[in-house]
Design a protein around this ligand. Sequence first.
Ligand SMILES: *Cc1c(COP(=O)(O)O)cnc(C)c1O
Length: 486
Amino acid sequence: MTEPTIYELSSAGRKGFTFAEPDVPAFPLPDEFIRKDLPLPELSELDVVRHFTHLSQKNYSIDSGFYPLGSCTMKYNPRINEVVARLNGFAQVHPLQPIETVQGSLVVMYMLQEALKEISGFPAISLQPAAGAHGELVGVLIMRAYHLSHGDAKRKKILLPDSAHGTNPASSSMAGFEAVHLPSDARGNVDLAKLKELCDDTIAGLMLTNPNTLGLFDEHVLEVIDIVHKAGGLVYGDGANLNALLGITRPGDLGFDILHINLHKTFSTPHGGGGPGSGPLAVAEHLADFLPDPLVDIIDPGDEETPPLYGFIHPKKSIGRIKSFHGHFGIIVRALTYILMQGAEGLRDVSEMAVLNANYLMALLKGSYHLPYDRDCMHEFVLEGVWPEAPDIHALDVAKRLMDYGLHPPTNYFPLIVNEALMIEPTESESKQTLDYFADAMRKIAKEAHEQPELLHEAPHATPVGRLDEVKAAKDLVLCCWRPEE
Ligand SMILES: *Cc1c(COP(=O)(O)O)cnc(C)c1O
């Protein structure tokens, strides 16, 4: 906020660029193509470098510190992924080139499809969806197409556990379904009695996150899937986070019909400002014909002299294209690089370490914070940021105070079924020293909450901007703080 904008730093006549000598004759542009009312900032190269370096240093990122944002799997983004994605053969191709000239890129897509099929236990997959929520929408559209293909038009409801990610009800509604609330039981599993009650011939299916957003593996997952199947419904798996399952169990083997996978979580590609997402959608055999069009496949197996030819195939009952071209190709290259670097055993190690790290942190913190579902967790766990003896302190205060310790806050106020939730996911990337530092900071904050509550209420103290009015920030969003004078 106190940082001047690049327009305010501008000083008429300064220059920060040098054009190369043209290698073609200069050609004057017609006058009507040149805008005279475009006030571009005028700065030296050094001014520009300093301005953007200062801004970047105000940002928090996975490269600058621990980022235990539950459900988001903020793991390290290996640099080798970037090196491979920047290779000219991948970075400079065009999606409309003839397939004979982009065989390498098609092989990469094919290999990623095969790897994700093996990891998830499904026989068919599309790499088109642009993110997790987009994968969900595609998945529920496939559920709809499947039921309609059987002439079954009365299935209008999708069951959603109360621990579900907010995108699940949103995707269901966008696809024209009614989202029906399904409660969890006292151990954090799906409430089986309630599930049986709700399952009839009006349900299109269930969307289940397993491990769920409490970080718990549903102890009756096979029974849950069976109940829904017996009612004629399909079971959608929200596989945004597979970080607890790699090489250990496969949603396809458990009986799920559909699963989306977030490459920008489990498979180490950047999040948010770091690049676009990618949410491949995998399905069981009976749904393969409905996948988005087209898919990459070997269209000519070749022979001893000619290598196989990779190209596109068109699923027979496809719901259609859902993304321009073929998904986020640069992200596909990064995810495949990560998978090949890990290998099968490395991927299993990832999940074992992710689960170990989460349980380690949970054990360190459960004396200082209330742990509402006290079971071994998977890749994450949820604490309460509130104490009976410190009733004025809320999860938000704990989160803000963590910033003073140089840490990114955990996810808070989600899942909704935990009071003042603090949802912590350390991932496998972090060292024991980092986990100990975090646990130490959390325990100090718990003590401060009781002894010096004002420290928490006024936090953060050490960031470029102090406590924001979050309601105002959301309702009165200002994305552009500088405009040219009229
Ligand atoms: C992140 C997440 C999503 C949504 O993924 P986006 O890529 O952010 O759209 C859905 N479900 C769960 C459980 C998630 O953690």
